[in-house]
Each structure stands twice: as C-alpha cells, then as structure tokens.
Write a protein that binds this ligand. Structure first.
Ligand code: ADP
Ligand code: MG
Length: 235
C-alpha cells in the first residue's frame, strides 16, 4: 500500500526531429517508480536521461507508449490535466533557475501561488521551508547575494514547499563542489522522507549513489539495468 508505484511507464518510445531527420532517442522504456523512494538515474551524456525526466514531468509530449502519474495517463492527456499533474511535481534543475529580481522567499512563494494558496499562508510556508533548508537568515536576499550551494537550497525549498508527490531533479549537484553537493542531496533525501515524496534524480556523481533505494542505468536510450538495493540483484 505504502509503496504503490507513483509512475508507471510501458513501452515508451521518443523521437526528436521530423521526417528524414526523425531520430529515435528512447527505446521501449518500461519502468515503475515507487512512492517514497529515492531512485537515481545514471548513464552517459546524451543517453536520454533528461528527455525521460521531462516526459515524466509532463514537460514534453508523450508520443508513443503509456506513462501514468499515479492513475492519470499522460499520453494524450488534455492540457488542463497536464497542468494539474505538474502541480504535484517539484522540479530541480542543474542550474537553479531562480528569478534574479525576486528574493529567496518570493522565489519559493511563487510555486505556491500557482496553487492558489492565500498570500499570508504562502509567505509563512515559504519562510518555514527556507528555515528547513537552513536559510532562515537569507530569506530576503536576492539570488546574486547567495552562494551556489545556497541558491540550490532555495531551489530545493521551491520544489518542496508545495509537498509534491514526486520530485524530479536533473543533475542538481553538477555545479557544486563535492561536500556541498553531498549536503544538498542529504537534505533533499531527509525532507522528501518527511513529506513522503518520491525522488527521481539524474546524477553523474558516484559519491551519492548510496542515498538511493534504487539505481537505474540508461545507455543509448535504453534502460540497461536496475539495481534493487535491498535485494542486491540486477535484472
Ligand atoms: P542526457 O540527459 O542523458 O545527456 P538528453 O535526453 O539530453 O540526454 O539527450 C538525448 C539525445 O537527444 C542526445 O543525442 C541529444 O543530442 C538529443 N536531443 C536532446 N534534446 C534535443 C532536441 N531538443 N532536439 C533534438 N535532439 C535533441
Ligand atoms: Mg541531461
């Protein structure tokens, strides 16, 4: 019951380009992501990881196959449905993508405004979330006044403040040094466990593989192996 899949993908293919330039990028992807688990997605550059993540996040149109978020089919979903699904997902990218003209609090608060939460409540939730990423003393700072690690923590607060069921993170530590990256991952893991969110994270960073409940490997658009930590098997 607790570990019902949150994402179910069946026979998913994806292509970029049209006509003679059409090129298949993802090949027959079959995958389930469980609620409350940390799943890492590794694989060489160009293997299709970001493409898969953006499909799961409803940021790109599913062309072939089935992709379900909880019990909602994303293939051929209406744009209203996609908006509703996106609201239940937190996104963290390699570059933090904070808005430079908004303070840390305003950046975090923005993701709640999309959910039509009253302003006073949005402000107090944004501040509480910044406290839990240890930025309570940076609430009114602008991104330019923050370090790389602090900006990425604001991005985490922004992704988590709406209590998403799923967090999609694409190389969130790529721009950070090893220790800062490790701290950021541990923080994400702790907060997502507290909130009961699942995490699907693309990473090249071998030093953080141990935070995963599962590790999935992608090569040339195919999922090659799935390691189940608890069983220690490959399939
Ligand atoms: P990864 O995240 O694993 O590095 P991507 O999903 O970004 O891989 O890319 C997979 C493949 O798709 C690469 O060959 C890349 O060049 C190609 N690709 C990515 N985005 C586009 C696009 N917008 N148009 C055409 N090809 C793309
Ligand atoms: Mg990528």
């Amino acid at each position: 019951m607790l570990n019902k899949p949150i994402i179910k993908i069946k026979n998913l293919n994806y292509y970029y380009g049209d006509k003679s330039l059409r090129k298949q990028i993802l090949f027959d992807i079959n995958l389930e992501i469980n609620a409350r688990e940390v799943t890492l997605l590794t694989g060489p550059s160009g293997s299709g990881k970001t493409t898969l993540l953006t499909l799961i996040g409803g940021l790109r149109t599913v062309q072939e196959g089935s992709l379900k978020f909880i019990d909602n089919e994303i293939y051929k979903a209406s744009s209203d449905k996609l908006v509703e699904i996106r609201r239940q997902i937190g996104y963290i990218f390699q570059a933090h993508n904070l808005l430079e003209f908004l303070t840390a609090r305003q950046n975090v608060q923005m993701s709640l405004e999309l959910q039509s939460i009253p302003e006073a409540e949005a402000i107090s939730r944004a501040e509480a979330m910044l406290n839990s990423v240890m930025l309570g003393n940076r609430i009114n700072h602008y991104p330019s006044q923050l370090s790389g690690g602090q900006k990425q923590r604001v991005a985490i607060a922004r992704a988590l403040v709406g209590h998403p069921k799923l967090i999609l993170a694409d190389e969130p530590t790529a721009a950070l040094d090893g220790k800062t990256g490790r701290d950021i991952i541990e923080l994400m893991q702790k907060l997502s466990k507290e909130q009961g969110s699942a995490i699907l994270m693309v990473t090249h960073d071998n030093r953080i593989l141990d935070v995963a409940d599962r590790t999935i490997h992608m090569e040339d658009g195919c999922l090659k192996s799935i390691t189940e930590k608890e069983l220690g098997v490959r399939s």
